[in-house]
Design a protein around this ligand. Structure first.
Ligand SMILES: [Zn+2]
Length: 499
């Protein structure tokens, strides 16, 4: 492979400097904040995704300009860096925003990146998703430039600042710029992810008349974000004995692995007026967080809590309120039946699908807010191309409506696929095999990246198979050796594809 030796030597010589640059960006809490509109006379003063993402973009701008690469700032939505003035051939898409820091870090604080030499890792929010890979791409550009590798076409690094909250950044960029003939994004997995499943955010809701007395469910709340398995869920009950709940909780805990805590009172979740003269009980379920595209890796606290609530001695009907059959208890039992705890393939909803190329359909029940007069909930379904989107929606709607719920599929995306025999896929796979000694080839992902809507875009890295870097969770880390080899592979990809 041409230039491989020079590229390897250059990246090795700049390893320490690269790690410092990653730390610089990871010290910035670039989770989404409140948008600051631009002043009328100063368009560059806007912070479309808040102060954090803006600061990260400005820090990257300074860093990249310092290395002599030409930068362009797209209204503080996106920053780009161009290798040369040649024809636009290759785009590399990475992002500078992060999910919130969260609690529960043990190795270091979320925004105090730390290298642990014995483990060969750097810990910190964004080290793996996606500032580490973004900086590896900056160093790949530097390597090609500083080594003077002859490239006639341009490679452009595109750094977004809103990937975690809807990718509004990249939508802004593609409003004014065209897609390059080839694009890869180091925001997925190795080897080459040429397929991304479609996503259905299934919203459902229901309303009912208030039940004023008797054993009843006053409140259920679980899931802070739409695309994660909820690690925590809470319910407030009235008129039910704590002993009954504790006995059931112990049983369900054994089967599900979810821990339950029961305390007297309604906290601040229910008003005294709503409680009446009944004793209140708050039940908290604690499971384990996971990305919604890999629901098997988590333990869903919400579905476990619902299985507990479904077993309680509460009346299904609102006695005394004719015309309103359904209530909280009915809704809870329906949800348990449609999306039972531990089931992640959509079988009970009737949408289970296997697909050799894309992998199976996955479903995670991610959010629910239920009170005394109704509920709103959401599931996150990642579906393969074997299932027609219209059929998927039809089946879900029928099942939900049969239980008296309304259903909405707004925000649905179709699966993404780049053929495995394109130059881009074949070249990246060959480079990967050469540098890592591992088998290349294509994989399908349940998660979607920046390339989801591009014609010829794939995800490429930056985690090697078998490495779980705890993205979106406390103690996120990156394996330093994996980043170093990534920087080398990106440089080789630029050298070969922009030749
Ligand atoms: Zn990411």
């Amino acid at each position: 492979m041409k230039y491989r030796e020079q590229i390897e030597a250059w990246i090795e010589a700049h390893r320490a400097e690269m790690l410092e640059d990653i730390k610089t960006l990871c010290r910035i809490d670039s989770s989404k904040g409140k948008a600051v509109p631009a002043a009328p006379d100063a368009p560059e003063s806007g912070m479309p995704f808040g102060e954090g993402p803006y600061k990260a973009l400005k820090a990257a701008e300074k860093m990249i300009a310092g290395y002599g690469l030409k930068t362009t700032n797209y209204d503080n939505y996106v920053l780009t860096a161009d290798l040369n003035d040649g024809a636009h051939e290759l785009d590399i898409l990475a992002h500078l925003d992060v999910v919130p820091g969260q609690e529960g870090w043990t190795v270091t604080e979320a925004f105090e990146p730390k290298v642990v030499e014995e483990e060969g890792r750097m810990y910190g929010r964004g080290t793996s998703d996606d500032k580490g890979p973004a900086v590896a791409a900056i160093y790949a550009m530097r390597a090609v430039k500083e080594l003077g590798i002859p490239v006639t076409k341009n490679a452009r690094l595109i750094l977004g600042t809103d990937e975690e909250s809807g990718s509004g950044c990249i939508a802004h960029y593609y409003k004014v710029e065209k897609e390059a003939p080839m694009t890869f994004s180091p925001d997925g997995e190795y080897p080459v992810a040429n397929i991304e499943k479609g996503r259905l955010p299934g919203k459902f809701s229901m309303s009912w008349a208030k039940q004023r007395a008797g054993a009843r469910i006053l409140k259920v709340s679980g899931g802070k974000v739409a695309n994660a398995v909820p690690p925590r869920a809470v319910a407030v009950l009235a008129g039910i004995s704590q002993m009954v709940v504790d006995v059931l909780a112990a049983e369900i805990s054994k089967v599900t692995g979810v821990r339950f805590e029961t305390v007297r009172g309604g906290g601040n979740m229910v008003s005294d007026k709503d409680a009446g003269t009944d004793t209140l009980l708050t039940v908290t379920a604690i499971g384990r967080n996971a990305h919604a595209s890999t629901p098997k890796e988590g333990i869903n606290a919400l579905t476990a809590l619902l299985s507990l609530l479904a077993e309680l001695p509460v009346e299904e009907t609102n006695a005394g309120y004719t015309g309103h059959e359904a209530g909280a208890a009915h809704a809870v039992r329906s949800l348990c039946w449609l999306m039972p705890h531990g089931e992640t393939d959509g079988a009970s909803l009737g949408i289970k699908t296997d697909d050799e190329e894309c992998g199976p359909l996955t479903l995670a029940f991610t959010q629910l807010e239920l009170d005394q007069t109704g509920m709103k909930g959401l599931f996150d379904c990642r579906y393969p191309s074997a299932l027609a989107p219209s059929d998927l929606v039809k089946i879900c709607r029928q099942k939900m409506e049969k239980e008296g719920m309304r259903f909405d599929s707004e925000g649905m995306t179709v699966p993404h696929k780049v053929p495995a025999d394109t130059v881009l896929v074949k070249e990246l796979s060959r480079i990967y095999e050469e540098y890592t000694g591992l088998p290349g080839g294509c994989i399908a992902m349940g998660g979607s990246t920046y390339v989801h809507d591009l014609e010829n875009g794939v995800a490429f890295g930056a985690c090697l198979p078998g490495t779980d870097t705890r993205m979106h969770a406390p103690d996120e880390f990156v394996v330093i050796e994996e980043l170093v080899v990534s920087a080398k592979m990106f440089a080789q990809a630029i050298a070969d594809l922009c030749e």
